[in-house]
Ligand binder design. Structure first.
Ligand code: 3PY
Ligand code: MG
Length: 244
């Protein structure tokens, strides 16, 4: 995976739970799209409808799950998600459970639903060997166990949630992003990804924060959410209509 690890991929974050809006993001040039079922409004039905609505799988569509629950992982993958982003992962055991829940036996323990199951897609030529598995590092405990989590066989990406991580560390997002000291939290995540050959990913949320994360060495970075795109987009279009 080494080459892919360093390829910059800018992602769009879909919060609304609206299948057509999420597919429009995929068609707008995003390198990947996340359907957020944790803080966003996606549920089983809207995830399924979104994935079914794609004309073709152009880029990876990942589901950010409500929790690390194995059944939820299986349902997202059965619906055709290209991968999952699992929040609040704090230990190697939790990361190993994510891997186990993502693969059918003999590799894992994912249940096989032959009448409903969709095999995972291969959007954008990646992932080819299975669903993309991203575990979120967003707590002080997750950071403490970072290297063990990164060493878990089967994980593809460490994905930083800077909002939760900043809260957990008693700092703020911009201070966390700006701290480039060698042993700073984000530097440690980059180093752990290098050592374990994982993709370093992070939630940016805005273009400025996405830029900071790219500068810090992250390669899969989200730079917007669908709701803010509408707010910002209308402003830009209004100004442009008025010649400003
Ligand atoms: C975080 O920054 O904590 C996130 O989970 C982004 O959604
Ligand atoms: Mg979070």
């Amino acid at each position: 995976m080494s080459d892919e690890r360093h390829t910059v991929k800018i992602g769009a974050w879909a919060n609304l739970g609206e299948p057509r809006a999420a597919v429009a993001l995929e068609e707008s040039g995003a390198d990947w799209v996340c359907l957020d079922a944790q803080h966003g409004h996606f549920d089983d039905r809207s995830v399924r409808e979104t994935l079914a609505l794609r004309q073709s799988a152009k880029v990876p569509m990942l589901v950010r799950l409500l929790s690390d629950d194995g059944a939820g992982i299986g349902r997202a993958l059965d619906s055709g998600a290209d991968g999952v982003i699992v929040p609040m992962v704090e230990s190697a055991l939790q990361a190993a459970n994510v891997v186990r829940a993502s693969f059918h036996p003999p590799r894992g323990s994912r249940s096989f639903g032959p009448m409903t199951g969709v095999s995972y897609n291969t959007a954008g030529g990646y992932p080819k060997r299975g669903p993309l598995l991203a575990v979120m590092i967003e707590t002080a405990t997750g950071l403490e166990n970072l290297e063990d989590i990164a060493a878990t066989t089967g994980i593809d990406m460490l994905f930083v949630g800077p909002y939760d991580l900043a809260l957990s560390l008693g700092t703020d997002v911009d201070t966390l992003l700006a701290d480039a000291a060698p042993k700073s939290p984000l530097s440690r995540v980059i180093d752990a990804c290098s050592a374990a050959d994982l993709i370093p990913g992070a939630f940016g949320g805005t273009p400025i924060r996405a830029r900071r994360l790219l500068d810090r060495g992250f390669s899969w970075v989200s730079n917007c959410v669908d709701t803010s795109l509408m707010q910002e987009g209308f402003k830009v279009m209004k100004d442009s209509s008025l010649g400003e």
